[in-house]
Design a protein around this ligand. Structure first.
Ligand code: SF4
Length: 329
């Protein structure tokens, strides 16, 4: 399975090859053979140092599971995850702990992900403690420094999460992952719980931090509008698979897959006088327990044909660095 990369000559920071994560379904009868549900099914991509890849799809398409499997927060069923050229899937417990210093995750709900009984100083300093880094005095200095980096006063260190707004809580979440100076951040819907005006502030903060610290982001979102200003490349996921991956410019201006076109159609246009032809998605995401045959998007695709029911479409390169899986290409 090829890795759908933009720069084939440069070694990427992260390279994911044919990643699969399945879960075993509960048996309903004694003699029933085991059944599996594939949350992630053969996902491949690469991410260069200092760049951002957006991973976009509806809720339940497997993007969060893919992110968690990359960090081995859930164990992948199969596939390769190469970080700086080394296969994460084969790391020992000790090496895995070292890897997690370098690769961190930001969660969707900044309130749920912060312990309400801990002060900001304890929350942000906790990763240093877990990884046994620095004496207490140095840890406090590091916490103050990262809080300043994310636009919070060091004076807030003694306060608790409930004393902050949603945007400030997400800043605390970002400060916590920065304490260990990671190279890769997997941001799982980091702004979807926030107001639109605050979303822009957090995205601008992430862009600034990327410029200053050379961070790489895997930015997971259900909304193509959100990732537009932060991603160099975008991967579109449907029912556990990447169906299109390309430079952001191509995705927004020359989308090839009918699903990508539907997602773009759903983006609101600020000027109500402008009329555009929309291809709105019909129906819900099918259950991954019993996915449609052939192209899994066929039950909702306005262009579906007989072949779509019978054959799984292969990824094809429609222009340099732009891949999509559809029989019509
Ligand atoms: Fe639609 Fe067929 Fe293309 Fe799938 S392969 S996206 S069903 S046209």
């Amino acid at each position: 399975m090829p890795v759908f990369a933009e720069h084939k000559m440069r070694e990427p920071l992260l390279e994911v090859k044919d990643l699969v994560k399945s879960f075993t379904l509960k048996k309903t009868g004694f003699f029933q053979p085991p059944r599996f549900v594939y949350a992630v099914s053969g996902v491949s991509f690469s991410l260069d140092k200092g760049k951002t890849l957006g991973m976009v799809g509806e809720s339940g398409c497997g993007k969060t599971t893919a992110g968690r499997a990359i960090l081995r927060l859930v164990e992948p069923t199969s596939g390769e995850i190469n970080f700086e050229g080394q296969n994460v899937a084969r790391f020992s417990e000790h090496r895995l702990k070292q890897f997690r210093r370098n690769a961190q995750m930001i969660f969707q709900d900044p309130f749920a992900s912060l312990n309400p009984r801990m002060t900001v100083a304890d929350i942000v300093g906790e990763p240093l403690l877990v990884h046994g880094m620095g004496p207490k005095g140095e840890r406090a200095d590091r916490v103050a420094a990262v809080l300043e980096k994310v636009g919070l006063e060091p004076a807030c260190m003694r306060r608790f999460p409930h004393e902050f707004s949603g945007g400030q809580r997400q800043r605390i979440g970002i400060a916590r992952v920065l304490t260990l100076n990671p190279a890769l951040i997997i941001a799982d819907e980091p702004v979807s719980a926030l107001d639109v005006s605050i979303q822009a502030q957090i995205i601008n903060l992430m862009v600034r931090l990327q410029d200053e610290l050379g961070l790489s982001y895997l930015f997971i979102s259900h909304d193509l509008a959100v990732v537009e200003h932060i991603c160099e490349r975008v991967a579109i996921m449907y029912l556990g698979k990447i169906v299109e991956i390309a430079p952001a410019e191509n995705i927004y201006h020359r989308p090839q897959h009918p699903y990508t076109r539907s997602l773009l159609s759903a983006i609101p246009i600020p000027d109500p006088r402008k009329k555009i032809a929309r291809t709105l998605l019909q129906g819900d995401l099918p259950s991954p327990v019993d996915p449609p045959s052939g192209c899994t998007f066929r039950t909702r695709c306005p262009k579906a044909q007989k072949i779509c029911r019978e054959q799984v479409p292969e990824m094809v390169e429609v222009e340099p660095g732009h891949f999509a899986a559809c029989h019509l290409l």
